[in-house]
Write a protein that binds this ligand. Structure first.
Ligand code: HEM
Ligand code: HEM
Length: 166
């Protein structure tokens, strides 16, 4: 049951973000368009990483052995890509931020909420990467919590940033 809700939420989020970005928000230049495309790709990678939490949650909570075994295998393969996905996404987002500051900063203002939520998201992303690195080096209760909480805060803020209209 939880599994279906989770799939539905993921699907809806994907569809809404695609619709919002490409249908309701017309673009003004090719560079800005490229910057948006980069951000769109990057958030797809971040979604996959954030979903690790829900996969681990289902593994922990499920009472069906078959589900546990299958999901554990899948989680193991997904974790192999976890760090690469995070670094690839972070590089794309860095470029996205640079393009937006360069192309739109002066037009919409550097303290527009869209920009400020963007700076905040980059900050939280940096902390999440650092926390992930700590956890990777040596896991402890605190480090587990730290990485999880920063990842979730990052996801919340970038969703606000995404859906904030200029
Ligand atoms: C320095 C940091 C950032 C700045 C200045 C910034 C700025 C912007 C601006 C101005 C737009 C609107 C583009 C348009 O209307 O054509 C935008 C869109 C977007 N940003 Fe950022 N951003 C930053 C960081 C981030 C981060 C960290 C993420 C995600 C992890 C992100 C994800 C997105 C997405 C998905 C869109 C497309 C949504 C839309 O078109 O409204 N951005 N960003
Ligand atoms: C975009 C950035 C990232 C996001 C959104 C993210 C998100 C997550 C989430 C949600 C989990 C599951 C946490 C749990 O259930 O306790 C996780 C686990 C983990 N992450 Fe990240 N992460 C990111 C980057 C990184 C980086 C850069 C590293 C390492 C250098 C890393 C290392 C780990 C490790 C070692 C685990 C534990 C896996 C396990 O328990 O088997 N993460 N991450």
């Amino acid at each position: 049951m939880v599994y279906y809700i989770w799939l539905a939420v993921n699907g809806l989020l994907l569809i809404f973000s695609l619709l919002f970005i490409w249908v309701f928000r017309p673009y003004d230049s090719t560079t800005v368009l490229a910057g948006k495309l980069l951000a769109q790709l990057a958030i797809l990678l971040f979604f996959i990483n954030v979903n690790m939490y829900f996969i681990f949650l289902v593994i922990r909570k499920s009472k069906v052995r078959r589900v546990k075994v299958t999901l554990s295998k899948r989680a193991r393969t997904m974790m192999k890509a976890h760090i690469s996905l995070a670094l690839a996404g972070a590089s794309m987002i860095l470029l996205h931020g640079i393009v937006m500051i360069w192309k739109l900063g002066a037009t919409i203002g550097f303290i527009h909420p869209k920009m400020v939520t963007g700076y905040g998201s980059i900050g939280l992303l940096a902390i999440t990467l650092f926390a992930g690195f700590l956890r990777h080096r040596k896991a402890s209760r605190f480090r587990r919590k730290f990485h999880l909480i920063t990842a979730m805060l990052f996801a919340c803020l970038f969703l606000i940033h995404l859906f904030w209209s200029i």
